[in-house]
Design a protein around this ligand. Structure first.
Ligand SMILES: [Ca+2]
Length: 390
């Protein structure tokens, strides 16, 4: 089991060879399909976009980020600070909770998010007991209002790892919260498949609809007395980073594997929720330790093994910026242990192309989508890079 924050980077000279072989196979299949191509055939895979990483700032162990008001990008630092990136670089902290969190295990300040119109700001962190915590601040004139801070949701953690921690607002205006299976290894408590715990789940709540929050009435398990009402999707191990496609609303989750398989999960924008992504009966598309595939298992849209491609997937975003036309509509992601920036072309929930974008972002811990749709890669060592055209 690889700890997200301590794994050393591996040298991966075989990556390009392997990726080219995959792309070659896909191209062959696509060209054979051309003879019978019709409107509902998947689009032919595109060539890899040419990108470069532009170093725009140095942060202190950045873990997460969010598009902020006024074209800014807000960066969360693991030890508990939040700083704002603008044309002048990274400013002084606008928030400091460093006396309320620790950085042991996989703990720290792990996620930040704004709601629509930047009215509220949310932080996701582990507290001094390791409890996953989501707090809210009101935002006025682009500034946090410290005296409005309140705790929205907490979840105690049996172990220091697999906290998940990402938070994002969906296109439906609800707050989604990713929680890992609670940790250790192999999901010893069976949390992934247990609908009576928030661990190993993607949650969906309405933080403005009640105190401390309301349950959206169409959440998938509200009528099931044996399931937590907050649950949107389950069977997740450590959904460290997830995102919604800014154009389509589709959901993409990077779920970190146990020993063998890293996976990207996908759900369409019109999903009613309730997806079972399989953990810990399944690791990717493979039964885990003799597990039985659940009848409702939603397999990953993409998985990769750990022989050369990494050991801890870092979920990213579907690129919807303007700077790199060839990258438009492609899902950009990486791996913490490998650092290569990669992209997937996804059509109707099927991967139709996979590219190695030929640049390495170091220990890529997270991606951030700016308000203009451009993407940033965060390396835990501190580098904040914008993904630019080459
Ligand atoms: Ca899975």
């Amino acid at each position: 089991m690889t700890s997200r924050f301590t794994a050393s980077r591996r040298i991966t000279v075989k990556v390009r060879t392997r990726s080219s072989a995959i792309i070659g196979t896909i191209c062959l299949v696509a060209s054979l399909a051309l003879t019978t191509a019709s409107a509902d055939e998947p689009a032919a895979p595109r060539q890899a976009a040419k990108i470069a990483l532009k170093n725009v700032a140095k942060a202190q162990n950045p873990t997460a980020g969010a598009a902020g008001p006024g074209g800014t990008v807000w960066i969360a630092e693991r030890a508990g600070t939040v700083r704002t990136l603008d044309d002048q670089g990274l400013g002084d902290p606008v928030l400091d909770i460093s006396d309320e969190t620790t950085t042991d295990g996989e703990r720290g300040l792990l996620g930040i998010a704004f709601d629509k119109d930047f009215a509220h700001f949310y932080i996701s962190f582990t507290d001094l007991e390791g409890t996953s915590t989501v707090d809210e601040f009101a935002v006025r004139d682009g500034k946090l209002q410290p005296d409005t801070r309140r705790t929205v949701l907490t979840q105690s953690q049996p172990y220091s790892n697999h906290n998940g921690g990402d938070i994002k607002f969906g296109p439906d205006g609800y707050l989604y919260i990713a929680l890992g299976d609670g940790g250790s290894g192999g999901d010893p408590h069976g949390n992934g498949q247990n609908l009576d715990t928030l661990l190993g789940k993607l949650l969906r709540i309405d933080p403005s609809g009640g105190e401390p929050y309301a349950i959206p009435p169409d959440n998938p398990f509200v009528d099931d007395p044996n399931a937590k009402d907050e649950i949107w999707a389950y069977g997740l191990r450590n959904p460290w980073r997830f995102s919604f496609d800014a154009a389509t609303g589709d959901l993409l989750i990077g779920d970190v594997g146990q020993n063998d398989w890293e996976e990207i999960d996908w759900a369409p924008a019109d999903s009613k929720g309730g997806e079972n992504y399989g953990w810990s009966q399944m690791e990717g598309t493979h039964p885990f330790r003799g597990g039985t595939e659940p009848a409702n298992h939603v397999p990953p849209v993409h998985e990769y093994d750990r022989t050369n491609l990494g050991c801890s997937v870092t979920g990213g975003y579907v690129y919807r910026g303007d700077a790199i036309p060839d990258l438009k509509g492609q899902y950009v992601f990486s791996d913490y242990c490998d650092g290569t920036i990669r992209s997937l072309q996804i059509e109707n929930g099927k991967v139709t192309g996979a590219n190695d974008l030929g640049v390495n972002g170091g220990e890529v811990i997270s991606f951030v989508q700016g308000g203009d749709g451009e993407l940033y890669a965060l390396a835990i060592g501190g580098t904040v890079s914008r993904i630019d055209p080459a």
